[in-house]
Design a protein around this ligand. Structure first.
Ligand code: GCO
Length: 457
């Protein structure tokens, strides 16, 4: 186990950062503590039928109280950087106005605690816990939310910017827009293409305005957007599937990468869905076009796409492939789709340097029995990490012409946590959480990651 880690370790440059990632609503719990306002996820998860098992983030990993223990755990594993998110309703319970001292104090301590342990803080300013008060005014369908986010980003940069290693503006616009407003799977649970397209534009604008606000406070802080680009393949060797794959690319990736990195929406998207974008959207394109200092890539699984003439544009449908191995959430495992994903982006966009801001796998293995007793042999996750880090190492070794300029890797996730609509049923942690006792146990994958990092000396 550790020899594979040591071997892999040598293939990364000395300056490469190995980190872990979490998100506020998924780990913090303490949703009523210290004046925190309600978020859309409190409301959504309390709505019957929305989250598996009726689970909510009310307690989660109790990280709000156990954070010091969690930082010690990370330090013990040798983790070099930690990507966490700041809960908007902890800082501004109604989304705007004066910040709550208690909320600021929590993140102050967290950031100082990381620095004291030699761990670089990477803060995500939005990882889906929108204040419900803003949702009540139309949420991301309302243009004002983009402005509110920029004000909030400015405030956070003023308070924390001097101690952060980097800022991620928003996490995964695809989820904020389509998963939440078109597929209805995430909060606020709408199924409306018009709402989704308005949200696409406002989330892009939120990134652009926030970047400008962040830089106006602290010009030299590294900042960028975190996306979850789909690694898209035609599902069969046919012209129809190939065309569907191109349309799916424009809809799922181009709708975000285009405006932010090239200053334009894909032409066909505008031709088909332009009328659903907010009025005078063209006037925002210069504000949105903010590539920033890095781009964050969250990658998990490929998409194999077929023509679907009867559905709305992009008239494409993705299916899982029977011949590919699966994670415990049933997601296809295909390591070279990771490289394919970045190659396809590079063909189309001039991207800044890349951080892999999330990568990992659902593996629900519990403690072993017999000779394995006490250990958590999460072999599926371990081999997923090994094969995907192998791709990252090769992408770096291929150099910037042929390969990619990747600066760091944040494993999702440090802890088992609240997996959104899947509740606590899907475990992504390299550290096991017993939700009844809040006991943490490092899994075999965690030991492997530790060996990989420590082999760097
Ligand atoms: C994401 C999500 C994480 C998920 C992870 C596993 O950014 O997609 O940020 O919150 O837990 O992706 O599905």
């Amino acid at each position: 186990m550790s020899s594979s880690a040591e071997h892999l370790s040598k293939r990364f440059p000395k300056s490469f950062l190995f980190g872990t990632a979490t998100a506020s609503y998924q780990v913090e719990g303490a949703v009523h503590a210290d004046g925190r306002g309600a978020s859309i996820w409190d409301v959504f998860s309390a709505t019957p039928g929305k989250v598996k098992g009726g689970d909510t983030g009310e307690t989660a990993c109790d990280h709000y109280r156990l954070w010091e223990k969690d930082l010690d755990l990370m330090a013990g594993l040798g983790i070099q950087a930690y990507r966490f998110s700041i809960a908007w309703p902890r800082i501004l319970p109604s989304g705007m106005g004066r910040p709550l001292a208690e909320g600021l104090t929590f993140y102050d301590r967290l950031i100082d605690g990381l620095l004291a342990r030699g761990i670089q803080p990477f803060a995500t300013f939005y990882h889906w816990d929108l204040p419900q008060a803003l949702e009540d005014k139309g949420g991301w369908r309302n243009r004002d939310t983009a402005k509110a986010f920029a004000d909030y980003a400015e405030l956070l940069t003023l308070k924390f910017g001097d101690r952060l290693a980097a800022i991620c503006t928003l996490n995964e616009p695809w989820c904020v827009t389509y998963l939440s407003h078109l597929h209805g799977i995430h909060a606020p649970g709408l199924t409306d293409l018009g709402a989704a397209m308005r949200t696409v534009h406002h989330v892009n604008l939120a990134h652009g305005l926030a970047m400008q606000a962040i830089k106006s406070v602290k010009a030299d802080i590294p900042a960028g957007l975190v996306l979850n680009p789909q690694s898209i393949y035609p599902g069969e060797a046919s012209e129809r599937a190939e065309k569907a794959a191109l349309r799916a690319f424009d809809f799922n990736n181009g709708a975000f990468y285009g405006p932010v990195y090239s200053g334009a929406y894909p032409e066909e998207l505008v031709a088909e869905l332009g009328p659903l974008l907010p009025e005078a959207w063209q006037e925002d394109m210069a504000d949105i076009h903010q590539p920033g200092d890095f781009t964050g890539v969250n990658y998990y699984t490929p998409e194999h796409v077929f023509d679907a003439p009867d559905s709305h544009w992009p008239r494409a449908r993705a299916i899982r492939r029977n011949d590919l191995p699966k994670t415990d959430l049933g997601w296809d495992i295909m390591p070279d789709a990771f490289t394919h994903c970045l190659d396809e982006l590079k063909k189309r966009y001039a991207l800044p340097p890349i951080y892999i801001t999330e990568n990992g796998a659902c593996d629900n293995t519990e403690a072993g029995r017999g000779s394995n007793s006490g250990r958590i042999p999460d072999n599926l996750r371990l081999s997923y990490l090994e094969s995907h880090l192998d791709q990252v190492a090769s992408m770096i070794a291929d150099g910037q012409e042929k390969g990619h300029d990747i600066r760091g890797y944040f494993l999702w996730s440090l802890l088992d946590n609240f997996e959104w609509a899947e509740g606590y049923s899907a475990r992504f942690g390299i550290v096991h959480v017993d939700y009844a006792t809040q006991e943490r146990t490092v899994k075999d994958s965690g030991r492997w990651y530790e060996a990989l990092i420590k082999a760097r000396g």
